[in-house]
Design a protein around this ligand. Structure first.
Ligand code: PNW
Length: 443
């Protein structure tokens, strides 16, 4: 690929890769870990495309040193992982399970020994099942429980984690987990899922204070964004686009940055109490941006329960997930965030960007993934263009280091720079790994 022409990035730009606990760790019964909603969901027949579970996943819990060596070989300066709440508090409340925290202690020390900054996400969707049984994120109490958990983690790791991320993609957790039932916990509440948005945001705000009390490291949240592409140009199409934009792109960011909730989605604000918006708007140091693709929208049919219809975007290459490859959507998104939020916007780090392809080893055991190289090349150029347009972007993390357990898709979608042969757990760096190392990180 076009090594020579990859543009320069600012000095100190943070290059990293991301993973999440339940997608790679396995070892679901080790050292006192309790069950999470994703254990329950995956063990319910019919929920996961290939019938698999995260019970073993990439066995990272036992192979973390090998995986950190892969990070060191890649040359990245940061690694974004998540901490499994049910390892730290098996039932979501009470004293810390020291053996669970020990794992992250070992991981963080190994990263630092290899010169890689630990970037820790506190919640990447694996809620302790006991908290779900008490209402989960529909229950306001879960926000307070989350802050207590944040305190326990920061008490142990606060001196070494270099960037905290409170929540991963609260929009996806609300919409796919509680609105549409495609992710754990599998609820289908449509717009009645709004309390899940509010209580996650409240938990975020409370966790920001808990982290600040224990750690001087910066604090962020990682949101998923998807610029709207209208499939038509009627007034109804435009209204549908505005409704989708408010739901996906603004519901979690307007209140975080002090603007309160957007009007459009038509949620019942009954769960919002006096003072909550101030807690939610606690200053953050970095906005994490996860981007995969734009969303095609048109006006909904008369009898639709939703105020928009999602339609495929034609004319773009597609990943194995059938997601369209639209690098310019990332530039548009980053510039759009700056234009909307102005001085309210903290520096941005792209905390996830990547793609799934059917990466199959050749006869020599090598994995060639030129589509992934092209994907990353295009998206990095889009970030560079946003920086040129004046957006303060200070980091970029590829999703993902390893092929891993892709939630409801099981093992059928491979996002890694490193191929994983699940039966043997053999790791094989793909050609994109060498490209990212040579053309981007160590150029
Ligand atoms: C993100 N969507 O999930 C998550 O943060 C990762 O854990 C996941 O592996 C990665 O992206 C790839 O899917 C998403 O339907 C899941 O728009 C679904 C969507 C977006 C992001």
């Amino acid at each position: 690929m076009t090594t020579a022409s990859m543009p320069e990035f600012p000095t100190g730009f943070r290059w990293g890769v991301s993973t999440s606990a339940h997608q790679i760790e396995g070892a679901v019964d080790a050292d006192g870990r309790g069950p999470s909603i994703w254990d329950t969901f995956a063990h319910t027949p019919g929920r996961i495309a290939d019938g698999s579970t995260g019970d073993v996943a990439c066995d990272h819990y036992h192979r973390y040193a090998e995986d950190v060596a892969l990070l060191a070989g890649l040359g990245v300066s940061a690694y974004r992982f998540s901490i499994a709440w049910p390892r730290v508090q098996p039932t979501g409340t009470g004293a810390a399970n020291a053996a669970g925290l020990d794992f992250y202690d070992r991981l963080v020390d190994e990263l630092l020994r290899r010169g890689v900054d630990p970037v820790a996400t506190l919640f990447h969707w694996d809620l302790p099942q006991a908290l779900e049984d008490a209402g989960g994120w529909l229950n306001r109490d879960t926000a307070a429980r989350f802050a207590e958990y944040a305190d326990l983690v920061a008490a142990r790791l606060g001196d070494r984690v270099k960037l905290w991320i409170t929540l991963n993609e609260p929009f996806i957790h609300m919409s796919l987990g509680h609105g549409m039932g495609m992710h754990a916990p599998g609820r289908m509440l449509l717009f009645d899922a709004f309390p899940v948005a509010h209580h996650q945001l409240l938990g975020h705000g409370l966790a920001v204070s808990a982290l600040r009390a224990r750690s001087s490291s910066p604090v962020a949240i990682a949101n998923n964004y998807s610029p709207v592409r209208l499939a038509g140009d009627t007034a109804a199409d435009r209204a549908a686009g505005a409704a989708y934009d408010a739901l996906h792109n603004r519901l979690f960011t307007d209140p975080l940055l002090g603007l309160g909730y957007p009007e459009e989605p038509g949620f019942d604000p009954g769960v919002v109490r006096d003072g909550d918006l101030d807690v939610i708007a606690a200053p953050i140091d970095v906005l994490g941006v996860n981007y995969y693709n734009p969303t095609g929208i048109r006006a909904a049919e008369e009898d639709s329960p939703l105020p928009f219809e999602i339609v495929p975007l034609d004319g773009w290459p597609r990943t194995a997930f059938d997601w369209p490859v639209v690098p310019d959507g990332l530039r548009e998104l980053l510039v759009g965030l700056r234009d909307r939020y102005g001085d309210r916007l903290p520096p941005i780090q792209v905390t996830e960007s990547g793609c799934a392809y059917d990466d199959v080893p050749d006869a020599d055991g090598r994995v060639h993934d030129p589509e992934r190289i092209a994907y990353l090349d295009g998206h990095l150029r889009a970030v560079r263009e946003a920086i040129d347009a004046g957006v303060d972007v200070t980091g970029y993390f590829v999703w993902s280091l390893l092929d891993n357990w892709e939630w409801a898709e099981g093992f059928t979608k491979r996002f890694g720079l490193v191929h994983v042969d699940y039966p043997s757990q053999r790791r094989t760096p793909k050609s994109s790994y060498a490209w990212f190392r040579d053309a981007v990180v160590r150029r």
